[in-house]
Design a protein around this ligand. Structure first.
Ligand SMILES: [Zn+2]
Length: 282
């Protein structure tokens, strides 16, 4: 079940703040890493990335629409901030919220990022004019990781990237699954058994008990992905589908064995169900 939907702010690199670092590029890196960490912690997460908009109005519409298409308990957007000019002092991290119910959570996320990184804690900030906060249907926050025009902030961000991502992931987990075990620092040499989301050109990932993640690039409707997720995450339903095919003599009983041994792939299942439906047409 998906619990969190998260997106990096803006659309293509260069469309957000840009100084010592590029807001969009870095926001995407943070989102990718937080999503990986959440998956390692088995917390359902959907990532929305906008690669198609050509204006900020379109972009806000894209992000909000795609967030609202997903079922989840929390909407999160990752941004970086800027002031005018360049600063050699630290400015810090802050978390934006609109609904007063989100104030303590926003404060907590900001404090955790600060504790994990030494970025100055600017705390939760109430904003009543941000479409992401007032148009998403679930409790929402915008995390402004740090300021792209502060040499101190950017140096800390680069050095403490992993700590910052872990702090964010842990706070999001505690919001949607209170008491869930916290993610600890993972040694960099240890590779993570998670799908690579680096070049995720599509905004949604479909998780299944068969394959860990199904590429959703070829799906043209995210509604279909949501519906499929209910089936593909349900062991009993898949088993009964295969048993039905076997009892109707459409598919060989080796497929049930394969499924029970964890060897059935999602492509196998789609192939088998196509055969089963085709057989009913004869
Ligand atoms: Zn931004």
């Amino acid at each position: 079940m998906n619990l969190i939907t998260i997106s990096p702010g803006h659309y293509l690199p260069g469309t957000g703040f840009h100084d010592l670092i590029d807001e969009v590029t870095e926001a995407r890196k943070v989102v990718n890493r937080v999503v990986q960490l959440l998956r390692v912690a088995s917390v359902g997460v959907i990532q929305v990335v906008d690669n198609t908009s050509t204006s900020s109005a379109q972009n806000l519409d894209y992000i909000i629409t795609h967030h609202n298409k997903t079922s989840r308990k929390l909407d999160v957007s990752i941004h970086f901030n800027a002031t005018s000019g360049r600063h050699d002092t630290g400015i810090g991290t802050e978390v934006l919220y609109q609904n007063d119910k989100m104030r303590s959570f926003a404060n907590k996320v900001s404090q955790s990022i600060s504790n994990a990184s030494t970025l100055r804690n600017r705390g939760g900030k109430k904003r009543i004019n941000l479409p992401f906060l007032y148009n998403t249907d679930q409790p929402a926050i915008i995390i402004e990781v740090c300021f792209v025009n502060s040499t101190v902030d950017v140096a800390i961000y680069k050095e403490k990237f992993e700590e910052i991502c872990i702090a964010i992931a842990n706070e999001l987990i505690q919001f949607v699954k209170p008491g869930h075990p916290m993610i600890k620092m993972i040694p960099q040499t240890m590779s993570l058994e998670v799908p690579n989301v680096e070049d995720d050109s599509n905004s949604l990932e479909l998780k299944s008990i068969l394959d860990k993640t199904i590429s959703t690039e070829n799906f043209t409707e995210s509604n279909l992905i949501d519906q499929l997720e209910e089936v593909l995450t349900n062991h009993e339903v898949i088993k009964r589908m295969i048993e039905k095919g076997i009892s109707e003599n459409t598919i060989d009983d080796v497929w049930l064995e394969k499924f029970e041994n964890g060897l059935l792939t999602t492509s196998d299942l789609f192939g088998l169900t196509t055969l089963m439906v085709a057989a009913t047409l004869k």
